[in-house]
Design a protein around this ligand. Sequence first.
Ligand code: CTP
Ligand code: MG
Length: 335
Amino acid sequence: RTRGSPAERRRDMDAFAPGFLAVYESLKPSGEQRSKQEQLVDSLARSVRKECPHAQMHLYGSCANSFGTSHSDVDVCLEMETGAESAVEVLVRLADVLRADGFENVEAITGARVPIVRMSDPGSGFSCDICINNLLAVANTRLLKDYARIDERLLQLAFLVKHWAKQRGVNEAYRGTLSSYAYVLMCINFLQLREPRILPCLQAMEPTYTLTVDGTECAYFDRVDQLQGFGAGNKASIGELLWGFFHYWASQHRYKRDVISVRLGKTIRKQEKGWTTRVGGDRHLMCIEDPFETGHDLGRVVDRQTIWIIREEMERAATVLQNDDDPCATLFEPY
Ligand code: CTP
Ligand code: MG
C-alpha cells in the first residue's frame, strides 16, 4: 500500500449519490435472506430449549441493529442463570446438542474476551455466534437500531463504510483493525458533528429507556419516532457525507489528542479519559469510546502498524472520491 496525498479540495460529490445509493441497495439483505435467518433462529431456539430451558434468547449485532448486509452473520445472546457452572461449561454442552441437531462446523471458542459457540446452518449457509449473558451488547444493539431510525443517511453511510472496510481488509479486529461495531459508531459520531446536525445525541437527552447491566447504566432517549426529520436542515447527500467521513479520518481527526464519543455527541480529549498512557496493554492510538462501557476503547486493538494501514486506507478512499473517474466502483476494489 502506498500513501496517497490526502484530498485537499472536494469536487461536487452529489453527482455520485445515485451510484452510491445503488451500491447501498445491493447490500441490503433480501426478504428471502431475512426469512432464512428467521428459520435459523427458530431451529436454534428449539435446540437451545433442550439444553437450557429457562434461557431467554436475544438477537444482537447486525442481524438486530439494522446494519446487517446480506453477508452478515447471526449473533445470539442467551440470558440465563448459569448456577454453579461457568458460561464456558454451558457453551461446551450446548455445542454437543447443536452438533447432534445437525448444525455444522460447531466450535466452542472459549479463550476470547466473550466466549462463544460458533456454527453454521447447512440449510441457509448463515454462520451464527452464540454467547451467554452479554447484555451490554444487547443494549448497544438497541441504541444503534434507534439511531438508524432517525435519518436514513446513517444506514447508507454505515453500509458503504462497512462494505469498504471489508473489501479493503480493515475490518478484522483480531488482526488489529476495527470491528463493524466500531465503524458504525464512527458513522454515528460523524453525523452528530455535522453542522447543522444530522443526528442528535440520544444519551444527552432525557432518558426514556434505562437498563442496568452489571452495575453499568444504559440510559437514553428512545422515543425516536418523535425525532423524524431531525436532520432535515442539513441537505448533504450521501456522496458528500461519504467523502466527508473519509476526509475527516484521513486529515482532520486529531489521533494524538482526541477520543470520539457517541455518548456525548462530540470528541473529547484523551487526557480527560486517562487514555494518554499505555495502561494494561491498551495503546489508545485511535480512540473510540463505547457508548455504555465508557472505559472500553474500541480502538484498543489498533497497534503502531495497523493504525497506518487504516489511515492509508482512509486517505486512499478520500482521494478516490476526490479524483477517480468511477469512485462508486474503485472505492470498493479488493485490496
Ligand atoms: N460488540 C461489542 N463490543 C465490541 C464488538 C462488538 O459490544 N468490541 C457487540 C455489538 O453489539 C455489536 C455486536 O457485538 O453489534 C457484533 O459485533 P460485530 O460483528 O463487530 O458487528 P456486526 O454489526 O454484527 O457486523 P457484521 O455485519 O460485520 O457481522
Ligand atoms: Mg455480526
